[in-house]
Design a protein around this ligand. Sequence first.
Ligand code: BG6
Ligand code: MG
Length: 222
Amino acid sequence: MKPSAVIFDLDGVLTDTAEFHYLAWKAIATRLGVDFNLDDNEKLKGVDRENSLLYILEKGGIAMEASQFKQLLCDKNEHYLSLIADINPNHLFAGVLSCFRKLKASNIKIGLASASKNAALVINKLGIEALFDYVGDAAVVTHSKPAPDIFLAVANGLKVAPEYCIGVEDAVAGVQAIKSANMFAVGIGDTKVLTQAELVFANMSELDLNKVLSSYQSNTAT
Ligand code: BG6
Ligand code: MG
């Protein structure tokens, strides 16, 4: 069986915006007097804005009014937007364009399934928006990662059945979302962290597409 689509996460897979999300959340946590370390950050990768703030509040044992909660979400996003203001095509991770080219040459569709409501802005700044066959909209899915919704919405938008899709993710919650969507999961990062992925590569320039395709094939051969 040959896959018909590869659906990518954005933050931490195609570009280093994961670092900017981390810095913006750390600033909010510090303001609230909550310790926020790299372990916390790992757990928040792929998690949407509201749930990320809930995690920080829970860690600090903090309760607050809805209006203050909303304000903090706005402040985090404003800080994040200022951090990504200067990103440009040079911020695309090495290996992304060559991977996309190979996929196009093999007639495999390319989708984007990011939890970020800023995804459209970021791919525009990176100059890659025209390369996607379908871009999912995090603002319209009901359940965020680790639920499968965004990956299923993108598969649907691409008109490809989930079992013919491969998902690529750097986050534990994201790999869970891919698996719940009944797709083949490729992790970007650490094998010890992304234990549910079928294959893990350190980064996009390490991603070996032939290996992915043959592993997908043996996985789906029954
Ligand atoms: C995910 C990131 O892609 O998007 C998270 O991994 C981030 O760190 C989430 O919180 C939501 O992003 P945004 O831009 O909608 O706040
Ligand atoms: Mg990510």
